[in-house]
Write a protein that binds this ligand. Structure first.
Ligand code: ZN
Ligand code: ZN
Length: 229
């Protein structure tokens, strides 16, 4: 079931742990991330719950080209007719249909990427997303380039509601964490990237795990500050 995280910001759980997000704007919804191959089904069901249809999604923003974010992206683009937007540094991965060898810092990540079930239908983006950009037609969604987990990884700040989407820059499963270093392209860049996250947030949505609001956001800010040491 879709759940409102802030006014006009909707979380769609695509599995028990994974999330996509919708941002409502005058020119339709911006969808952030898709998910695994099964995600389009969850997303269309969520739209039906909202009395909306797939074509109400008018742009698709991808935080990075990992299978758990893009495997369902080809189908969602077909169903919605919306352009697919990603940072240029992720586009060659998107086109390759898998994470290349150099895309993971550890052997475990590279071994996982050889499994066909972690591949996807090769795709080409319809447009680039660059650091600082206010996404056209999104009514206030700003791009924050946060390399480390992958070279062109982005987080997003929805300025009207001060909602942060971390993508995979921060995971929130049992606790907040940077995620396994082996699965990141350049783990050493991650902490520096998080220094760029604004400290006046009201809500935080994670691609993996439960969102934070209220005092949870204060704790998140404290955690970010402690990371910077
Ligand atoms: Zn990832
Ligand atoms: Zn992920």
């Amino acid at each position: 079931m879709p759940e409102q995280l802030a006014p006009g910001v909707i979380r769609i759980p695509t599995t028990r742990r994974d999330n996509a997000f919708l941002f409502e704007g005058d020119k339709g919804y911006t969808l952030v991330d898709v998910g695994w191959a099964s995600a389009p089904k969850a997303i269309t069901a969520a739209l039906a719950d909202l009395s909306r249809k797939p074509t109400d999604i008018t742009r698709i923003v991808i935080t990075h080209a990992h299978p758990d974010h893009v495997q369902g992206a080809g189908l969602i683009r077909e169903l919605t007719g919306a352009p697919l937007l990603i940072h240029p540094a992720e586009n060659t991965w998107l086109q390759a249909g898998r994470v290349p060898r150099a895309g993971r810092s550890g052997a475990l990540g590279r071994a996982l990427d050889r499994l066909p079930k972690l591949h996807w239908q090769p795709l080409s983006a319809d447009g680039p997303l660059t650091d600082g950009q206010l996404i056209d037609g999104s009514d206030g969604l700003r791009v924050l380039h946060t390399p480390g987990h992958s070279p062109g990884h982005i987080a997003l700040v929805h300025e009207p509601t001060r909602t942060l989407l971390t993508g995979d820059a921060v995971f929130h499963r049992s606790e907040r964490a940077l995620g396994p270093a082996q699965l990141a392209a350049d783990p050493h860049l991650r902490t520096g990237s998080l220094a760029r996250i604004p400290r006046d947030l009201k809500a935080v949505g994670f691609a993996h795990g439960t969102p934070l609001t209220g005092s949870g956001v204060d704790t998140f800010h404290e955690w970010l500050n402690a990371l910077q040491g």
